[in-house]
Design a protein around this ligand. Structure first.
Ligand SMILES: Nc1ncnc2c1ncn2[C@@H]1O[C@H](COP(=O)(O)OP(=O)(O)OP(=O)(O)O)[C@@H](O)[C@H]1O
Ligand SMILES: [Mg+2]
Length: 306
């Protein structure tokens, strides 16, 4: 285990932003932190990066404690913050040279070339950073995290706001880094990103890890149940929902009402019959298999994106 986080805790005044978080990450793993806005992902990462002091618990990176002396891990880690603004009057190449100098390093021509080529920014080396597209800026942010050849790379929402094509391009970079033996920990709001990239994900809500496993395993836990979604002419009362079958866990979402049922035919039968008795019209009834999005909804009662 190259990363070991124990009882990590952070308070902001009365708010418990990170509440006794525990997890470990293996060398060479891509590990994802998945959670809605305000869940505590950035706070957690920043404590691991030595940028934000925890109120409790500890972080070990390659056996070295990050606190109280974060300087000790500086050369071990690369960090891409959630929002990066670059000096607009500097070019792509100058930014990379500047970031390297923060680690007392001089980038060789070869290192510079390989970073630019990894990000697909060879043509942009002399472009001012304010002329880059959103996707190009995010990729520049990723490679600035690599100038010190870190073993552990932290990426805070590396693809938020990107179109699907640009997102895939960033995924390729992340996989390439994994191919080089790097350990990567990233945060995301995107389920498909977690499903595609991460060996394991931690689902975090209100500062707590509510589930941690391989994406496929998390889906399988729910997968024994079918997802039934529908809209109704009036909201269904909870008493009504309780009668639909013991297995039906009720949550409401943007799609309308969502139920998870192990015997969907039976649940739908009861649903339609009860609705008829109450004079409620049910429409847009769908039965599907759950996705990682649904795992999240089932665990937290919330959608990932708000
Ligand atoms: N410096 C701060 N002072 C006070 N409260 C803070 C501070 N930074 C974060 N918070 C609060 O702590 C909670 C967790 O914030 P954090 O930025 O860690 O969430 P996040 O999961 O990264 O969210 P997002 O997906 O929006 O980036 C939020 O309620 C936030 O408002
Ligand atoms: Mg954040």
């Amino acid at each position: 285990m190259i990363i070991d986080v124990q009882d990590l805790t952070k308070r902001y005044g009365g708010l418990l932003a990170v509440d006794k978080v525990n997890f470990a990450v293996e060398q060479g793993e891509i590990f994802g932190f998945l959670g809605p806005n305000g869940a505590g992902k950035t706070t957690c990462l920043e404590m691991m990066e030595g940028l934000r002091k925890p109120d409790g618990g500890q972080v070990l990176l390659k056996g070295i404690s990050v606190w109280p002396n974060p300087g000790k891990v500086k050369n071990l880690i690369g960090v891409q913050l959630q929002s990066t603004s670059f000096y607009e009057e500097l070019t792509v190449k100058e930014i990379l040279v500047l970031f390297a100098s923060l680690y007392n390093r001089r980038l060789s021509e070869g290192q510079l070339e390989s970073l630019l080529s990894m990000a697909g920014l060879e043509e942009k080396r002399n472009a001012y950073t304010n002329t880059l597209s959103g996707g190009q800026k995010q990729r520049l942010a990723i490679i600035t995290a690599l100038v010190n050849e870190p073993e552990i790379i932290f990426l805070d929402e590396p693809t938020t706001g990107l179109d699907p094509q640009a997102r895939r391009r960033s995924w390729e970079i992340i996989r390439e880094l994994q191919g080089k033996g790097k350990t990567i920990i990233l945060t995301t709001h995107y389920m498909e990103e977690a499903e595609n990239l991460c060996a394991r994900v931690a689902i975090i809500d209100q500062g707590k890890i509510v589930a941690i496993d391989q994406p496929q395993k998390l889906i399988e836990q729910l997968g024994k149940k079918a997802k039934i979604s529908f809209a109704s002419s009036r909201p269904l009362e909870s008493v009504f929902l309780a009668q639909l079958g013991a297995e039906a866990g009720q949550v409401s979402s943007a799609e309308g009402q969502v139920l998870f049922a192990s015997d969907p035919a039976q649940t739908i039968g009861v649903l339609l019959e009860k609705a008829k008795q109450e004079g409620i019209v049910i429409h847009n009834l769908h039965v599907s298999s759950p996705s990682l999005d649904d795992v999240f909804l089932g665990l937290t009662g919330k959608e990932l994106r708000d």
